[in-house]
Write a protein that binds this ligand. Structure first.
Ligand code: 5GP
Ligand code: ZN
Length: 135
């Protein structure tokens, strides 16, 4: 545990949150500012500032983050699809420096190729054509 880390404090229940999954390695809780009807953060209990701090021995733990996301998506019947996102570093939008995987679902998502629409290349054009709904 890192003494001044928000998510370590949530894991230790020193700060309240709506925890939706716990095991000895991982915990998951509802995001305080949801960007979709389902927005859950899945975290290792071990404190990593970001993915950059992970090492080969963390491979199984990192894979488990995704598997727990899939389990939660099944439980919540996110049948239309869902997205998992891991921001690493402030340049990627990371704001809490304890590694976490976002699970987002329950709404339509924009194709990832179109997020950076200003640099839309041939791939983005193809996606724009093939996607019936872009939202
Ligand atoms: P990041 O921007 O680092 O990828 O994601 C951090 C996430 O943590 C954001 O979606 C933000 O809404 C969420 N968050 C920040 N502070 C709290 C908090 O105190 N409680 C909960 N449940 N979520 C938080
Ligand atoms: Zn932490």
């Amino acid at each position: 545990m890192s003494a001044d880390c928000l998510f370590c404090k949530i894991a230790a229940k020193q700060i309240p949150s709506k925890i939706v999954y716990e095991d000895p390695e991982l915990f998951a809780f509802e995001d305080i500012s949801p960007q979709a009807p389902t927005h859950i953060l899945i975290c290792p209990r071990k404190h990593f500032e970001s993915l950059t701090d992970a090492a080969p021995e963390d491979q199984a733990l990192l894979g488990k983050l995704q598997l727990v996301a899939a389990q939660l998506a099944r439980e919540r019947k996110l049948l239309e699809g869902y997205r998992t996102v891991l921001n690493s570093g402030s340049g990627a939008g990371q704001s809490v420096f304890h590694l976490h995987l976002h699970l987002l679902g329950g709404r339509q998502f924009r194709c990832i190729c179109l997020v950076a629409a200003s640099s839309a290349g041939p791939r983005a054009s193809r996606c724009a054509i093939s996607l019936p709904r872009i939202g």
